[in-house]
Design a protein around this ligand. Structure first.
Ligand code: ATP
Length: 267
């Protein structure tokens, strides 16, 4: 279980103001679940993900992964960003195997595991290509394979498909559902797309504008249905899908009442 308890983050901005980015967020991510965070730009989604990744410290609250406090990056969390962070001078295979190298896995085992992951993400035959020879969607596939290489307990994905064209994005969503169904990894996923959230999440959490607070939670089963039935159209035409879309849309775009809260403040 990944357990985020009352997590708050304040940043000191350059102009001296203190930015209250995340406000007492509490969230559990169980095995086999895909938790998707939605919210207006700047509401603290990446701040929450970066704290779970161990890239930034909480100002208050706690995060534990299977009982262990999270206070630094670790191989038990695999991260995929919107912009790929592949090393351009290394082959696709070596990029995927990088984390295994740091973990001291012997070269032959690294190659075997990386090849197996490349097959899983549909990149058979591209092991020796350079990242610049791949399309954006293919590079994100490499990013997913790389994040899975150390067999992390959770995948953290910050708008991983946000820069892709709509057709590639759909293909990547289907790939992710496949990876999830095969590996049973828990996933924390950030998106601006309500449709993507409904399609991929076993849970969708909606965050308020700054200071980011989790204001609603929906437990869904569209992704399980897709993993079993493989029928996107049936899901998209389900009346419940449209109802939830509207409900979440209203929440995301609702003006936020900040009169009862401490917002940002001068230092
Ligand atoms: N290092 C930092 N220093 C100061 N302020 C920061 C820092 N990082 C983030 N912020 C501020 O904290 C708030 C939350 O940022 P965050 O990136 O978490 O939002 P987000 O919901 O992920 O936004 P988007 O959807 O646009 O990516 C924003 O107002 C941002 O400007």
């Amino acid at each position: 279980m990944l357990h985020v308890h009352n997590a708050s983050v304040f940043f000191s901005a350059r102009d001296g103001r203190v930015v209250h980015a995340l406000d007492r967020a509490t969230l559990d991510i169980d095995a086999n679940s895909v938790v998707v965070a939605l919210g207006a730009s700047g509401c603290g989604k990446s701040t929450l993900l970066n704290a779970i990744a161990g890239f930034l410290p909480l100002s208050d609250g706690s995060i534990t992964l299977d009982g262990q406090p999270v206070d630094r990056p670790g191989a038990d969390r695999g991260v995929v960003f919107q912009k790929d962070t592949l090393l351009p001078w290394k082959s696709v295979l070596d990029n995927v195997a990088l984390g295994l190298k740091f973990a001291g896995v012997p070269a032959r085992d690294r190659r075997e595991r990386a090849n197996e992951l490349l097959r899983m993400v549909g990149l058979d035959g591209f092991a020796h290509s350079a990242p610049h020879e791949l399309s954006g969607g293919m590079r994100q596939r490499v990013g997913i394979a790389r994040a899975l290489a150390t067999d992390p307990k959770i995948l953290l994905m910050d708008e991983p498909f946000g820069a892709l064209d709509s057709l590639t994005r759909e293909q990547m969503q289907e790939l992710l559902v496949d990876v999830w169904a095969r590996t049973g990894k828990r996933i924390f996923f950030i998106t601006h797309s309500i449709e993507e959230a409904l399609f991929l999440g076993t849970t969708v959490v909606v965050m308020s504008p700054r200071p980011g607070r989790i204001v609603a939670r929906f437990d869904l089963d569209f992704v399980r249905r897709f993993a079993q039935e493989r029928d996107v159209r049936a899901i998209l035409s389900d009346p419940r899908f449209a109802e939830l879309y509207d409900e979440i849309r209203n929440l995301v775009h609702r003006p936020h009442d900040r009169s009862h809260e401490g917002g940002d403040r001068p230092q």
